[in-house]
Design a protein around this ligand. Structure first.
Ligand code: FES
Length: 101
């Protein structure tokens, strides 16, 4: 029983610190470059952060409908990155981990 409780505590700790990364693959972001960097981004993020960052591809985040739209968009937890590039996304994730410490 105690072993099970420890496992749950470890899982909860991981869940708290994991960052969610959603790459918009809606038409606008896809055309503006998301498709070009998706594979490279997944590879780099998995190598650098492992399970600490959960990556998924998502539908339109609704940002492309805004005036002065700046695709491609990526959502990191609850924040949106505009004109998302691999470099910009990695810098943002590093900053998130730094803030969490
Ligand atoms: S297609 Fe990416 S925000 Fe709409």
């Amino acid at each position: 029983m105690a072993e099970c409780a420890l496992s749950n505590a470890d899982a909860d700790a991981d869940a708290v610190h994991a960052i969610s990364l959603v790459i918009c693959m809606g038409t606008c972001c896809y055309i503006k470059g998301a498709s070009a960097y998706l594979d490279d981004l997944v590879h780099v993020v998995q190598q650098k952060y492992g399970d600490a960052v959960h990556i998924s591809a998502g539908n339109c985040l609704g940002q492309c409908l805004l005036e002065n739209s700046e695709p491609p968009y990526v959502k990191v937890d609850d924040e949106i990155i505009t004109h998302a590039t691999i470099k910009k996304i990695l810098e943002y994730i590093d900053e998130r981990f730094t803030r969490a410490v």
